[in-house]
Write a protein that binds this ligand. Structure first.
Ligand code: ATP
Ligand code: MG
Length: 296
């Protein structure tokens, strides 16, 4: 299911000290996504793992064969390859490599991509973590404050179905809102609910509420992000250009709005150079936005 935390867990694993101690520099993380450029991915794998001048690859098949052959000849060394967000088994088969000490971790929404013997189905968050994550987004603390309507907050939390993305987005959307807004939101997100409806679709509908209530110009910016390729970092600069040249905004307003999208957790800010969380007060040239593809 989308937004469950698969990528988050995979990234946490790559940052785990024990894992880093074992694999050292040989940890390769790649987002595969729905329509991947597999030849480019194999080229990056060659550069990162083989550390030799890369030969000319004619196509994906040739790149895969040459990489597999070279890996077989190399001295075995612990290597972790994370292939995040694989949509089709057909994609995985074209990039999967093996070797002594070579481990591949795949994250996917599609049960058919990895055989059940090798699969770990990530559970939804535990009740206690659901509460902390929602409250952290809605109240900047880990529990429901005494000033809030306990039952109302619990009802909203239940509607998020333990899905981290929904807890973050809906929680943030209700941050600082008066009780009346919570009641309206709760009614809205529980509207049209039928037992037979697919779980994920229901939660997605709920998250759409947080986009509906955005100020018009912020919503326009959010929708504009749909023109960029999925699963890619979007440099803030072209987004600013859209604001200035298409929406006729002043540069500063354009910047403020694009950064404002990070506040309700609709996008994540990253620093291009360091790959660390982006500083909204930093230089726009160094900032990128990542839009979770469930939110597209
Ligand atoms: N355990 C967690 N604690 C706090 N936040 C979390 C946790 N797991 C996930 N999140 C947050 O939930 C959001 C969705 O998580 P993530 O992108 O890892 O989902 P995913 O399963 O990879 O989704 P997709 O299938 O769309 O790729 C992110 O904003 C992430 O920060
Ligand atoms: Mg993911």
């Amino acid at each position: 299911m989308g937004g469950l935390g698969k990528t988050t867990v995979a990234l946490a694993l790559c940052n785990d000290n024990e894992v880093k101690g074992h694999f050292k520099e040989m940890i390769f993380f790649e987002r595969v996504s729905e329509s991947p450029k597999l030849k480019g991915l194999l080229e990056r794998m060659w550069d990162k793992i083989v550390h030799e001048k890369r030969p000319e690859f004619h196509d994906v098949k040739d790149a895969h064969q040459q990489l597999r052959k070279r890996l077989r000849q190399m001295e075995p060394q612990p290597t972790l390859v994370v292939l995040d967000d694989v949509w089709e088994i057909n994609h995985l088969e074209k990039i999967l490599c093996e070797g002594k000490g070579f481990k591949t971790l795949v994250t996917t929404r599609n049960n058919n991509v990895v055989k059940s013997d090798y699969r770990y189905d990530l559970p939804c968050l535990r009740e206690q973590d659901v509460m902390s994550l929602f409250c952290f987004s809605a109240f900047d603390r880990k529990s429901i404050p005494e000033t809030a309507d306990y039952n109302l907050v619990k009802e909203v939390i239940v509607e998020c179905k333990g899905l981290p993305l929904a807890l973050k987005v809906i929680g943030r959307y209700l941050h600082g809102q008066p009780p009346a807004a919570w009641i309206t939101a709760k009614d809205k997100i529980s509207q049209g609910q039928t037992i037979s409806e697919y779980h994920e679709t229901k939660v997605l509908k709920r998250m759409a509420t947080s986009i509906d209530i955005l100020a018009e110009e912020v919503r326009e910016f959010f929708l504009d992000m749909g023109i960029f390729l999925e699963a890619r970092k979007i440099s803030v600069d072209p987004l600013l250009d859209l604001g200035v040249y298409v929406h006729k905004l002043k540069w500063k307003a354009s910047y403020t709005i694009s950064i404002a999208l990070a506040s309700p957790n609709l996008v994540t800010l990253v620093n291009n150079k360091k790959g660390t969380p982006g500083n909204p007060y930093g230089c726009s040239g160094e900032l990128s936005l990542i839009q979770h593809d469930v939110m597209r």
